[in-house]
Design a protein around this ligand. Structure first.
Ligand SMILES: Cc1cc2nc3c(=O)[nH]c(=O)nc-3n(C[C@H](O)[C@H](O)[C@H](O)COP(=O)(O)OP(=O)(O)OC[C@H]3O[C@@H](n4cnc5c(N)ncnc54)[C@H](O)[C@@H]3O)c2cc1C
Length: 195
């Protein structure tokens, strides 16, 4: 394998997003993926929800990035041409005793800077979504919540990174990383993967 300034292990959504971002500079970058293609790990098997940001603990980096990432998704989807819809999300509550939990999520969301977050009565929910159960006692509505095609997002990030010079090695599992000053290397080097 050639020398690179940055080697990213894993071509899931995280690895491909990092590769794409770093490719904006002048670095030589490679992504090493154990499986035969990008988006073969958790990133291919999730619910595709672009969370609004009411769940993350206030003050954490996760909370900050969740809200900012949500805001960025629409523009990114247009730029990279992957399916995304800001259809909003509802957290439904079925028991009076659990309403305090819903209020806690609302407070967290407000602290995290989630826009237009609302606590809704059952009647307000049914007016929006008539098929929702008649057993609910309240709901948290986040208009900024959305859904994305997880494969579309991951593949678009990888394609854009590749267009900008990132090299992908598939079927290339990293088994060891050894410091051999002034570089780091795989030891033993993995079999050359397919680009
Ligand atoms: C059931 C479920 C539902 C979810 N729903 C949502 C949701 O709705 N919204 C949301 O935002 N998040 C959701 N998540 C979380 C989200 O899917 C993950 O946070 C995200 O996919 C993690 O991406 P990743 O790139 O870090 O990991 P992965 O997608 O797992 O990528 C890691 C990659 O690294 C490769 N790899 C591992 N070891 C090596 C090695 N030694 N050498 C080379 N390659 C290696 C793997 O093959 C894999 O391709 C959900 C998760 C689950 C499990």
């Amino acid at each position: 394998m050639k020398d690179y300034d940055v080697i990213i292990i894993g071509a899931g959504v995280s690895g491909c997003a990092i590769a794409r971002e770093l490719a904006k500079g002048k670095l030589r970058i490679a992504v090493l993926e154990a499986k035969s293609d990008v988006c073969e790990g958790t990133s291919k098997a999730n619910s595709g929800i672009v969370h609004a940001g009411y769940d993350a603990v206030p003050g954490t980096l996760k909370a900050q990035l969740n809200v900012r990432g949500n805001e960025m998704m629409e523009e990114l989807s247009k730029k990279l041409d992957f399916p995304f819809r800001r259809n909003g999300s509802l957290v439904l509550c079925f028991e009076e005793d659990a309403m305090s939990g819903l209020e806690e999520l609302y407070q967290r969301g407000m602290e995290n800077g989630v826009k237009e977050l609302k606590l809704l009565s059952p009647e307000e929910v049914w007016a929006m979504e008539p098929a929702v159960s008649r057993d609910i006692v309240g709901a948290l509505y986040a208009p900024t919540g959305g859904i994305v095609c997880p494969f579309g997002l991951n593949i678009a990030l990888a394609e854009n990174a590749a267009e900008n010079g990132v090299e992908f090695y598939r079927d290339h599992k990293v088994t060891a990383i050894v410091e051999q000053r002034p570089v780091w290397t795989e030891n033993p080097p993995a079999k050359e993967g397919r680009m």
